[in-house]
Design a protein around this ligand. Structure first.
Ligand code: THU
Length: 192
C-alpha cells in the first residue's frame, strides 16, 4: 500500500516510516483519546449532511461497489490500526472504524463488548458517538476492518441505520474488498 503520505496528508509524522501512524498513543501504546480523533486530514470525499432532515431518493440506482483507490486504502489502514484497541473479550472478533468528518477530522471507533452481551457496541457506532460528542454530524466516508482474515466486515443492520441518520444513500462505506454505498447496503432506511 504505497503513497499514503501523499494521499492523506497529516496521518504520518514528517519523515516517519510507512507504518508509523500518528495515532494519539501514550508511551505504553494506549490510545490517549480512545474514542477521539486522529487529526484533521485533507480528503476528496464528498460531505454528507442530513442534519436538516434530507430524505433519501428512493429511486436512486446505486452500484454494488466501486474499486478501492489510494484514499480508501489509507482510511482502511487507519481502521486496521485502531482495531487493535477493540475490547472484544467475548467474541474475540476485533473491529476498527475510521470515520471522516466534514471538517477533515478522523474519528476512531472500536467494538466494546460487555459481560451483559447486548450492552456491547460496534466499532461503527463508537466512531459515530465520538464524532457527535465532538460536535460533528456531517461525514464523508467510513472505513471498517474486522476479523483476522482480511475478509470484508459488513456493518450490522443497526449500524447501517445509525449511519443513515447522518449520511445519504451514496455515502461511501469502505470495506477491504471495495467501496460500497450506504443506500446499497440499506435501501429504504427508516426515517421520521
Ligand atoms: N461488530 C462490529 O463492531 N461491527 C460490525 O460491523 C459487525 C460486528 C462487533 C460486535 C461484536 O463485538 C463483535 O463484532 C462480534 O459480533
Amino acid at each position: 500500500m504505497a503513497n499514503f503520505k501523499d494521499v492523506i496528508k497529516g496521518i504520518f509524522r514528517e519523515g516517519s516510516e510507512e507504518d508509523d501512524y500518528v495515532l494519539p498513543l501514550d508511551e505504553s501504546g494506549r490510545l490517549i483519546r480512545p474514542m477521539g480523533t486522529v487529526r484533521a486530514v485533507e480528503h476528496s470525499f464528498k460531505t454528507h449532511d442530513r442534519s436538516g432532515g434530507a430524505q433519501s431518493d428512493p429511486d436512486a440506482v446505486l452500484p454494488d461497489k466501486l474499486p478501492l483507490d489510494d484514499e480508501s486504502r489509507a482510511l482502511l489502514e487507519i481502521a486496521d490500526a485502531v482495531r487493535g484497541k477493540a475490547y472484544a473479550k467475548y467474541s474475540g472478533f476485533r473491529v476498527g472504524a475510521a470515520l471522516v468528518g466534514a471538517s477533515g477530522q478522523v474519528y476512531l471507533g472500536v467494538n466494546i463488548e460487555n459481560a451483559s452481551y447486548p450492552a456491547g457496541i460496534c466499532a461503527e457506532r463508537s466512531a459515530i458517538c465520538a464524532a457527535v460528542s465532538a460536535g460533528e454530524t456531517a461525514f464523508s466516508a467510513i472505513a471498517i476492518v474486522g476479523g483476522e482474515n482480511g475478509e470484508p466486515c459488513f456493518p450490522c443492520g443497526i449500524c447501517r441505520q445509525v449511519l443513515s441518520e447522518f449520511c445519504g444513500p451514496d455515502f461511501p462505506v469502505i470495506l477491504t474488498d471495495g467501496v460500497y454505498s450506504l443506500g446499497g447496503l440499506l435501501p429504504h432506511s427508516f426515517s421520521l
